[in-house]
Every structure is written in C-alpha cells, then in structure tokens.
Write a protein that binds this ligand. Sequence first.
Ligand SMILES: NC(=O)c1ccc[n+]([C@@H]2O[C@H](COP(=O)([O-])OP(=O)(O)OC[C@H]3O[C@@H](n4cnc5c(N)ncnc54)[C@H](OP(=O)(O)O)[C@@H]3O)[C@@H](O)[C@H]2O)c1
Length: 227
Amino acid sequence: MNLLILGRGKTGSLVTEVATARKHHVRIAGANENVACAALSLESLHDIDVVIDFTAPHCVLAHIEACAKAGKNMVVGTTGWYQDIDRVRSLVEHKTGLVFAANFSVGVNLFFDVARAAAAALRHDYSGQIFERHHAHKLDAPSGTAIALQQVIRESSGHKQDIEITSFREGDVVGLHEVVLDSPTDSIYLCHDAKSRRGFAEGAVRAAEWLAGKKGFYDFKDIWREL
Ligand SMILES: NC(=O)c1ccc[n+]([C@@H]2O[C@H](COP(=O)([O-])OP(=O)(O)OC[C@H]3O[C@@H](n4cnc5c(N)ncnc54)[C@H](OP(=O)(O)O)[C@@H]3O)[C@@H](O)[C@H]2O)c1
C-alpha cells in the first residue's frame, strides 16, 4: 500500500520503520511539512491508500477532517480527542474508514480482556483503582489507555460510576498500567508494562492493512482479533 505517516516523533518514526519492513511505500510528514494540513490536500493525497496519524491532540481533529474530505482511510493513534468522538464518527461513517485506538498493542488489548473478566470483583466486596505511568513528556493525562481501561471495567461491572485513575509522569517510562482490586480480605493486582513502542507501531500498520478498502468507524479493541 501507499501510506502517509503523520508525525516524525517517537511513535511515527517507528511506524515508518515497521511499514517499510512490511514492504509498504511510505511517505512521512512532520509538523513542518504539514502546516495548515498541507500534506492532506486532495492533490497530496491522491495516491495514498491509508493515512496513519501519531501527532498531537491539538491538530488531530483537523487531520481527520481533511482526510474525510479527501475520502481517505485513516488509522488514528494520537490520543486526547475522545471528547469529540461522536462528531468524528458521524464525519467518517458510511463515507471513509477509520480505526482508532488509545493503544495499538495486541498485548494491551489482551489486557483489556483480563480487566473485563476481573471487573466482576466490583459486584462483590472489592473497590477498584487504576494507576498509569508514562514518560515526563506525555501531553495528556490520564492516558487514553487508562481511560479505555476505565470504560471496559465500568461496562463489564455493570456499575454506573467509574473507578479512579491516578497518573504519574516520570523519566522515560513507555507505558505502565495497573488495575488494583481491593477487598477487606485480599487484593488483586493486574499489570501491563510496555517494553518499547514497537507493539504500538506493529498494531497500527496491521490495522492499516486490515482497513484497506473498508468503510466505517472502528475501535481497534473490537477488531484486533481479525488481524
Ligand atoms: N495509540 C497508540 O498505540 C499510541 C502509542 C504511542 C503514542 N500514542 C499517541 O500518539 C501521539 C504521538 O505520540 P509520540 O510519543 O510519538 O509523540 P512525539 O514524539 O511528541 O511525536 C509527535 C510528532 O507529531 C508531530 N506533529 C505535530 N503536529 C503535527 C502536524 N500538524 N502534522 C504532522 N506532524 C505533526 C511533531 O512534530 P514536531 O516535532 O516537528 O513538532 C512530533 O514529531 C500522542 O497523542 C500519544 O499519546 C498513541
């Protein structure tokens, strides 16, 4: 496929590496090459099959709008825009294809399944908490992954109220998420610790391959088993 990767940062660079290794033709645009969405004009996108976005919360919605206007499919790894999810869904649904995820790693999505099963504890004598740690430069808090985890636990427990998230920003932690379920008689600790960003990059490229030729608005946690 012809892929356009938006973002030359920590994750975008790795996505480029993985996509090239998987024999895709890759173009990459960082902030300087994409002022006022210059890399997303109809002309610039004419030979692109899928756009993969790992940029920043302040510009991702403009990128999604430009791709929808150009009729181009998109994989969105950037987090921090989920308050606008309904608007984005109606922008793309039936017109183009979009896969988004707070976390494109298959391991984290398996971890969501583990959390889904463990959420039954909240129907018994347990209280729950989420702790997340990331590097000091991360722009959003809580992390998109922690928010997704919170939602999975609320939906599976049948509770109306979310369990609390505590965020830590320190050093160069790639991404650590813990769920602690505590009762008067015992505690349950669930933990996912990312060793590198490679899992995100591989998941995002494989999501782009899956999305080719499809229309619709997809959450990676619902489709990763099909990759
Ligand atoms: N879903 C997942 O699996 C996953 C995994 C990791 C990260 N993320 C998310 O992905 C995003 C990026 O993370 P990161 O760690 O790679 O951050 P990063 O290292 O800061 O990289 C962000 C890059 O985006 C570029 N950029 C900013 N505005 C742009 C624009 N309008 N067009 C093109 N490029 C632009 C920046 O360029 P300049 O340096 O020139 O400003 C920078 O290189 C964050 O929202 C993060 O939460 C998601």
